[in-house]
Design a protein around this ligand. Structure first.
Ligand code: DX5
Ligand code: ZN
Length: 221
């Protein structure tokens, strides 16, 4: 059994008018990562924020910046997000015609590279890039909004991905994004998962420290 689970809260469900305090709540609940959902209104039907917002946040916190780019042709903006201070940059396989180029651009910027796939995208779409990535972000909702329902076939997909990793000796971490809460975390046990994104469940929790503790406990026990 693994010894730790990385929890990366998504600020999509935070109050943007009070973002410094919201970010501070992530650190004070003992977590090290923050998930930054960048949406362009094209790849997904919603728009959030861009490099300027991330760069402004960068000077306010030491959290690891885990940027999830839900934007068309993300290679156009990789340099900007890297310069803004993102530590991990994840692009969608469905959003680029040149996934290998996009992943290499992230690495050339000296950042950790992630690839994400939508719920209905097959693992075979990313098979060739797996040796080159640091993270695989498996979407467990259709991207675009926080607070959606976890899709039930995803735990099996994660198990198959961790089998592929073990069979080939790859070292990427597996992350899941969408609808993760204190109930659905139970479905993710024993799948080989290393990391979870949690947006609405984290920011709506009355006591975030207790939420984090309970999530961990449910995952490991
Ligand atoms: C969805 C985003 C997620 C989302 C997660 O497009 O990528 O990161 O904010 O939010 P919850 O945990 O509420 O599903
Ligand atoms: Zn996300």
């Amino acid at each position: 059994m693994k010894e730790s689970l990385i929890i990366s809260p998504s600020i999509l469900s935070a109050d943007f008018s009070d973002i410094r305090n919201e970010i501070e709540e992530i650190s004070s609940s003992g977590l090290d990562y923050v998930h930054l959902d960048v949406m362009d209104g094209m790849f997904v039907p919603n728009i959030t924020f861009g490099p300027k917002f991330i760069s402004d946040l960068r000077s306010k916190t030491d959290l690891v910046f885990d940027a999830h780019l839900m934007i068309e042709s993300p290679e156009r903006y990789i340099h900007d997000f890297a310069s803004a201070g993102c530590d991990i940059i994840t692009v969608h396989a469905e959003a680029t015609k040149h996934l290998d180029r996009a992943i290499n651009m992230i690495k050339e910027e000296g950042k950790s590279a992630g690839v994400s796939i939508n719920p209905a995208t097959s693992l075979s779409e990313i098979e060739e890039i797996l040796p080159s990535v640091d993270y695989v972000l498996v979407m467990s909702v259709n991207p675009g909004f926080g607070g959606q329902k976890f899709i039930s076939y995803i735990p099996d997909k994660i198990k198959r991905l961790s089998e592929m990793r073990a069979d080939s000796g790859y070292s990427f971490l597996i992350n899941v994004d969408g609808g993760v809460n204190l109930s659905t975390i139970e479905l993710l046990k024993d799948t080989g998962l290393d990391m979870v994104v949690t947006g609405s469940a984290f920011f709506n929790a009355p006591d975030k420290e207790i939420f984090v503790h309970t999530l961990m406990e449910k995952f490991f026990n």
